[in-house]
Design a binder for this molecule. Structure first.
Ligand code: HMG
Ligand code: MG
Length: 315
């Protein structure tokens, strides 16, 4: 199959990246980061999640973040200029959807696991129960004209159960499609996939769901993400999730590192003459911005710890 001529990059750093940061990131910094990413030409930026703040405190400010980026987009007339800019927000249940609707969210992402153990650890219920819950979520979202993206986690391996069957992933993908998801992102949550099994998994899922509806979401724990992307590009996948500066991981998948870095993905696609409409220079500015913020925070945390120790020693 010929390689796609263009690729849609779904930037997930402000959610998948920052949800796992040990340091707290203020609303102002999140908003500035998201605005810089849109400025770089990214047309989909996952901006946060409406999950329990007890489970993922880093995402507690997502409503405020969403309101601020909408304001910026209107001021800059981004929405009018690029009507396709979308800011999906992750939602695990009806409460999450209601919080999202309160601030005017127009696209949500729902997430299901491919294994029971990951589902229990991540959202405290079985796979079946989560799909049942989402039926109501989707019904209400559709009634409010909200678009729905779907994720499947652990498609190439689970931190608790190990190997995952491609047929199980394909069946869940079909159920998400039947539920009303316009796009299904296949998540290698712990980054254990390699090109051969990534390709086999995609080919199995593509027998049930059109390849145009499938996105690949590779975490880069073992440095395999770009190789996996190259493999599945050849099967016709043309939607890839990535995270600015390679930030992130999943708080419920021990050892999982960030997604493939958006900068690395863009470098590869540019080199292959595959169109993305993303400007590398502006993207690097966004990456530099968040890296500098995180390194300043961690330096001042270390300085504070040293100061406290010195005071304790003197006391
Ligand atoms: P639970 O404890 O079973 O929920 O958690 P509950 O319904 O019993 O409610 C407990 C409390 O949470 C209540 O508050 C609820 O109001 C509140 P209390 O009465 O104790 O004060 N609550 C909420 N608050 C805010 N927003 C909500 C919400 N729902 C309940 N939506 C729950 C179940 C699903 C809420 C919890 O397990 C949760 O939030 N999990 C989210 C975990 C998460 O965000 N994981 C990371 C994202 S997934 C990921 O990264 C993978 C992905 O990137 C793809 C890949 O890489 O594979 C997408
Ligand atoms: Mg992820």
């Amino acid at each position: 199959m010929p390689l796609p001529q263009s690729v849609k990059i779904v930037e997930v750093g402000p959610r998948d990246g920052l949800q796992n940061e040990a340091l707290s990131v203020p609303v102002k910094v999140k908003v500035e980061l998201i605005n810089k990413l849109v400025d770089a030409g990214l047309s989909v930026v996952e901006a946060g999640s409406f999950v329990s703040p007890k489970w993922v405190p880093q995402m507690a400010s997502s409503g405020e973040v969403y309101l601020a980026i909408q304001q910026w987009a209107i001021q800059k007339r981004i929405i009018q200029k690029h009507s396709s800019v979308s800011y999906p927000m992750l939602v695990p249940n009806m409460k999450g959807l209601e919080l999202a609707l309160e601030v005017g969210v127009t696209e949500i992402a729902i997430f299901v696991a491919a294994t029971e153990a990951f589902s229990q650890n991540n959202i405290n219920c079985s796979i079946e129960k989560s799909i049942e819950r989402y039926q109501q979520v989707v019904q209400k979202a559709q009634a409010e004209n909200v678009k729905i993206r779907g994720y499947i986690s652990c498609v190439l391996g689970c931190p608790y159960e190990g190997k995952v069957s491609n047929d199980v992933v394909a069946n869940i993908a079909l159920r998400l499609q039947d539920l009303g998801c316009y796009e299904i992102s296949l998540g290698d949550t712990i980054g254990v996939g390699t090109p051969t099994n990534a390709l086999e998994m995609i080919e199995t899922v593509a027998r049930k769901v059109e390849i145009e509806q499938l996105a690949a979401h590779f975490h880069d724990t073992y440095g395999q993400a770009l190789a996996n992307i190259y493999a599945v590009l050849q099967a016709g996948v043309s939607i890839f999730d990535s995270s600015i500066a390679g930030l992130g991981g999943c708080p419920y998948a021990k050892g999982a590192s960030g997604n493939v870095a958006t900068e690395d993905l863009l470098y590869m696609l540019n080199g292959m003459n595959i169109e993305t409409n993303v400007d590398m220079e502006k993207l690097l500015i966004a990456g530099d911005y968040i890296n500098q913020f995180l390194s300043r925070q961690s330096t001042s945390k270390v300085a504070l710890a040293v100061e406290n120790r010195t005071t304790d020693d003197q006391g």
